[in-house]
Design a protein around this ligand. Structure first.
Ligand code: SF4
Length: 642
């Protein structure tokens, strides 16, 4: 049955909304396949605005992997802004894909990728606009399977009421496996309806179906146990890991946005995983082990991607790009190859050390030399031991001196506040570090014209990390501590004027913490926020702390637990955590030992260069850690942006 495009109805609304171009589709390298010649159809959504969602690599990769398959189509959808949402409701226009403007409800699978928990209310908006019941239990065989992925899906319990399924880990192979199961079930005439399809997915052991697990609570509010309620459903669901990135050179044809987006560049993922062992970093923990793309594979992807898009900047992505064992050859090779075309290179999110200034020079060769951002994360040596960010102040000062000496005038330093065991003194040392950076910059450049900006985020403990048991610092205490730091920086006559200070407030962090470590009881809170008008919670101008707190009081009434219980409470070793039945590959006892090491300020080295610490990931996959030919040690300073 052919599905009609909603575009004629949508088009009439577009003159009345902001940035209508984000809804029209037709981007360079986008794909529209014939509906009737496909038997499995995916709608892929990044639940944020087009400008954030379009550059998302994960969605772009899955879009291409699925569309390459015969008989399978995938289309994209993004969150509509409240102005269009209101008009769509008024005129009965459903949530649509931007590719062929087909209604989401017509697809077999509705896959959403969550980089952050603050996108949950946007999922509810999309479901409601699509005409899909918000509660998974109310859906029929005519509704798509609502599937969550992305880093936030490693604890999907807060959205368990609303999703049918979740996949943890790498999506490339997983979406194809799911496609095969959906196809077979449809070809057999949908036996057993929706329940049977979900059961088939659950039995693979790699797709989590929340309805097939019962959660039992203890009298004190903690979880007693999580039990499968169907025969054949596994006790634990495993993570997906793609081992050879060269076999998955996606995106081959990156999408070129029509409207302005957060990244106007082409990205190539140069490796996945990280073994630095920063204890706060969920991405580093859940993406183990390290898997490098080969230098030739990277070269081919850059060449093909630039030809396909016309972009003038290439981002070499990973969690710490300077750690690729052949990074020097990669950056030099690319800078040489594209010197004439003025193609800029950037390493968003990487680490650099003093000896690596050559790398920074290569990166800026064809582009700007505006600012470097390093992420020491903690202000004092002591707290950096706690978080296992092995960098000394001396390393940082040397790096910064080299940067100033090589022409940079602006350095940004990124820190977190509210780390476990942190005191006021640890945070005040951030100011001392910034002053030392300015002093060194003045000395090296011989001018006063150097700047250092200190940017601070509130720490949020995350599942599947050694800090998953840690108490989160309250918003009030975080704000108080940072006010002291700000005053000490501003009050400094010698350096204060050259130091910028960026910090907003601790409230959004508490809500992120509630959603990150929440269980199924948080579903009622998310729903209450959505019903009260909550949208785009990741956007400061839309986020309302008061709405979340009022909704939490309403949603958690009668449960005996509250926001503090989920956020500022320390967990014990015995406690069953809401995500324990989702297997990230990390051994829980290893995480606990690492948490104890943190409390004792004991550091653990990077297992790329040292013997294995038995985190559990590699043996479970039956492999040795994958690294390239060199064993050169790099110091852990993060270049977040160039
Ligand atoms: S199993 Fe060992 S080598 Fe593999 S990631 Fe964990 S600590 Fe590193």
């Amino acid at each position: 049955m052919t599905v009609e495009s909603v575009f004629p109805r949508l088009e009439a609304l577009l003159p009345h909304v902001q940035k209508p171009i984000q809804y029209v589709g037709g981007e360079l390298n986008s794909t529209v396949k014939d509906w009737d010649s496909c038997d499995v159809r995916w709608a892929l959504m990044y639940p944020d605005a087009y400008e954030v969602g379009l550059p998302n690599q994960g969605t772009m990769i899955l879009y291409e992997v699925l569309n390459e398959r015969e008989g399978v189509l995938a289309e994209r959808s993004y969150s509509v802004w409240p102005d269009l949402e209101a008009l769509m409701r008024e005129h009965g226009v459903p949530q649509f894909t931007v590719d062929a403007h087909r209604p989401i409800k017509a697809f077999d699978v509705f896959g959403l990728s969550f980089s952050t928990e603050l996108g949950y209310t946007n999922m509810l908006t999309a479901l409601d606009l699509a005409g899909i019941p918000l509660n998974a239990a109310d859906r029929t065989v005519d509704d798509p399977v609502v599937l969550a992925g992305g880093h936030a899906a490693f604890n999907p319990e807060p959205i368990a009421d609303f999703i049918d399924a979740a996949v943890i880990g790498d999506g490339e192979q997983a979406v194809l496996d799911i496609t095969d199961i959906v196809r077979a079930w449809k070809a057999e005439g949908r036996p057993g309806g929706r329940d049977e399809l979900l059961l088939r997915l659950a039995k693979t052991g790699g797709v989590y179906i929340p309805r097939f697990y019962d959660v039992e609570y203890l009298a004190d509010g903690r979880i007693g146990r999580v039990v499968p309620n169907r025969p054949g459903v596994p006790w634990r669901v495993s993570k997906h890991t793609v081992m050879d990135l060269d076999e998955w050179p996606y995106p081959k044809q990156p999408l070129v946005p029509l409207a302005e987006t957060v990244h106007e560049r082409m990205s190539v993922e140069i490796f996945r995983g990280c073994t630095r062992g920063c204890r706060f970093c969920q991405a580093g923990m859940i993406t183990r082990p390290v898997r490098e793309r080969s230098i030739t594979g990277i070269g081919e992807m850059v060449e093909r991607g630039l030809k396909a898009t016309g972009f003038e900047e290439v981002g070499l992505l990973s969690l710490s790009s300077a750690d690729h064992s052949e990074i020097a050859d990669i950056t030099k090779g690319l800078a040489d190859r594209y010197a004439e075309d003025k193609v800029g290179l950037s390493l968003p999110s990487t680490r650099v050390d003093a000896f690596n200034i050559d790398l920074a020079n290569e990166l800026s060769r064809n582009g700007r030399r505006s600012g470097l951002t390093f992420a020491p994360e903690g202000g004092s040596e002591r707290i950096r031991k706690v978080i296992n960010k092995m960098v000394s102040e001396e390393d940082l000062i040397n790096t910064v001196a080299a940067a100033y000496g090589n022409g940079w005038r602006q350095v940004k330093l990124y820190f977190m506040c509210g780390l476990p065991t942190e005191t006021d003194e640890d945070v005040l040392q951030i100011g001392t570090m910034a002053k030392n950076v300015i002093a060194k910059g003045r000395e090296v450049t011989g001018t006063n014209d150097v700047r250092c900006t200190v940017s601070i985020g509130g720490f949020v403990p995350k599942p599947h990390t050694p800090f998953q048991w840690a108490p989160q610092l309250s918003a009030e205490a975080t704000d108080e501590r940072l006010t002291k730091l700000r005053d000490s920086i501003r009050g400094d006559r010698k350096f204060g004027k050259n130091i910028g200070f960026r910090y907003h407030d601790g409230k959004p962090g508490i809500i992120e913490g509630l959603l990150s470590r929440g269980d199924r009881r948080i579903g009622a809170v998310i729903r209450a926020v959505y019903e009260d008008g909550g949208r785009f919670d990741g956007w400061r101008e839309h986020f309302s702390y008061d709405r979340w707190i009022a909704s939490a009081e309403k949603g958690l009434a009668g449960t005996g637990v509250d926001v503090d219980w989920y956020t500022t409470r320390e967990r014990s070793y015995e406690e069953v955590l809401p995500w324990d039945h989702l297997d990230s590959g990390l051994d829980k006892d290893w995480l606990w030992e690492d948490w104890q090491d943190a409390l004792e300020e004991v550091e653990v080295e990077d297992c790329r260069w040292t013997p294995c610490f038995d985190c559990g990931v590699c043996p479970q996959l039956g492999l040795d850690i994958q690294v390239g030919p060199t064993g050169k040690k790099l110091l852990p300073l993060t270049v977040v942006d160039k």
